[in-house]
Design a binder for this molecule. Structure first.
Ligand code: ADP
Length: 470
């Protein structure tokens, strides 16, 4: 099958979070299974652009609102991601460093979607499925089905994956002309509760809707910031497919971002070395258990309770543990963490920012990974932690419930029900007690490293889904 993915992110070209990891891995695994998958993303003027060279393969025009854009489609000359990667360069919209958070994101991503579809119109080979990811590509299923200009795709199946339903991208009807002209009869397909919503439109128009874990699909039928009713209506075409991990990139035995590599056989020695280097870097004690958090400093991730957790747990158990946080996001959380660093200089450190290498070093060097998330559609961090022999401490929600089993249920992690300081501290207490039993720690480390969360299985689920649409 010829499968085209359209996304705002793709690892390692442009990454803000898990979406990039998924779009950078699933197509590779589809190709390994004999299909032809490609990816289309915007061409951001970021670090990846300055480190590689590119060739232009197509020039086209896209109209959106009052603006007409010339766009170029580029391919990389010196980098092979494992699939055909097409980068859409639109001057005025994407010649900036960051992926999101500009005032004109609505204009930028509608411009991108129009350009992507205009370019697909020029493809000579037939496309079996167009797979769109998150709200930034949410209008594509509608455009293909209902915009006369794109009639040639009327019968091309579309799949839409919700990676994060909290970001819906809605805007007012004053901007309706940003979309290509369509019969007003179809306006209901882009509307939700009085606004234009790309996420709602995708849920209505895509042939199939997927979520990144079965647990998240169940959850959002009851709660997804106003869209739950729509999801219930479209339940019959929705399916939850658990994300996988790129086992070639996330492998402690070969990971080039680690200074010391290790496997199941020498997990204790490997993790000890990784922990010592990490603790040295941050001035922490390597002899006590090291708890870490990696991720966006957002309420959704439960990061807002971290300063409080650090304060209380280190007040009561000061020299029994070290805590390390890597992340960036809401300023009040960053400030709270910096304050804690001041209070607990030798026990707590935070690195505010984005750092791919450090993330790998933490997955390797930490003993426990904290994920107190309020919302977690799948969560990749716990899957990376498992692969690196790091024990996850998670709130039971979404994909975390699907992938982490509590020690008390013959499992391998620590689970709690609430995103509260009390619940997290209770799990940390259990973890510290567990850490004293070195034999059990070794057994569990070896056990979790053997769990196969690679894309191999989930890619099969996507292939079955695509095949059902033919
Ligand atoms: P999200 O909701 O943010 O997409 P996921 O768990 O799905 O969460 O994916 C998060 C991904 O982003 C993981 O690869 C994680 O290692 C990475 N990540 C998050 N924050 C940082 C950071 N500050 N530095 C490096 N990597 C990060």
């Amino acid at each position: 099958m010829e499968i085209v993915h359209v996304s705002a992110e793709c690892f390692p070209v442009a990454k803000a979070g898990g979406l990039a990891d998924v779009v950078g891995a699933l197509p590779k695994y589809l190709n390994m299974n004999g299909h032809k998958a490609s990816v289309i993303i915007p061409f951001y003027h970021n670090k990846f652009r300055s480190q590689h060279s590119f060739s232009k393969i197509f020039t086209g025009f896209a109209r959106s609102g009052n603006a007409t854009y010339t766009f170029n489609v580029l391919v990389t000359d010196d980098f092979d991601p494992g699939f055909d990667l097409f980068l859409i360069d639109i001057l005025g919209l994407f010649d900036r460093e960051n992926i999101y958070s500009y005032g004109d994101d609505t204009e930028r991503f509608i411009g991108f979607q129009v350009a992507a579809v205009n370019w697909l119109c020029a493809w000579e080979k037939p496309i079996d499925v167009i797979h769109c990811h998150d709200q930034h590509t949410g209008f594509i299923p509608f455009m293909l089905a209902k915009v006369i200009e794109y009639q040639q795709f009327e019968n091309t199946p579309t799949v839409f994956t919700i990676h994060n339903g909290e970001y819906q991208g809605q805007f007012g009807f004053d901007k309706i002309t940003l979309l290509p002209p369509f019969h007003s009869y179809f306006t209901g397909l882009i509307e939700w509760k009085g606004a234009i919503s790309p996420l709602a439109s995708a849920i209505k128009c895509a042939w199939k809707v997927t979520t990144v874990s079965p647990g998240y699909l169940e959850e959002i039928n009851h709660s997804m910031s106003g869209l739950e009713e729509l999801l219930r209506t479209e339940r019959s075409k929705s399916v939850g497919i658990l994300n996988g991990i790129d086992a070639h990139i996330w492998d402690p035995e070969t990971d080039p971002l680690l200074d010391v590599n290790y496997g199941i056989a020498n997990v204790n020695a490997g993790k000890k070395a990784a922990k010592e280097m990490l603790c040295k870097q941050f001035g922490l004690d390597p002899k006590v258990p090291l708890f870490a958090f990696i991720g966006r400093l957002a309420k959704e991730k439960g990061a807002d309770i971290l300063p409080d957790v650090v304060y209380h747990t280190l007040t009561y158990h000061r020299n029994e543990q070290s805590i390390l946080v890597l992340g960036s996001g809401e300023k009040h959380i960053q400030d709270g963490l910096l304050h804690m660093e001041h209070l607990f200089k030798e026990q707590f450190c935070s690195y505010i920012g984005y750092n791919e290498k450090l993330a790998h070093e933490i997955y390797a060097g930490a003993d426990f990974l904290l994920m107190p998330s309020r919302v977690e559609p799948c969560g990749l961090n716990q899957l990376y932690a498992l692969r690196y022999g790091t024990i996850p401490i998670v709130r039971r929600t979404g994909g975390l419930s699907d992938t982490v089993i509590d020690m008390g249920d013959d499992g391998f992690g620590f689970c709690h029900d609430q995103c509260t300081t009390h619940d997290v501290m209770h799990s940390m207490h259990r973890a510290r007690e567990f850490f004293k039993n070195t034999k059990l720690v070794t057994t569990i480390r070896k056990r979790i490293m053997k769990i196969d969360h690679s894309w191999e299985k989930s890619a099969q689920d996507y292939i079955a889904l695509y095949s059902s649409l033919k």
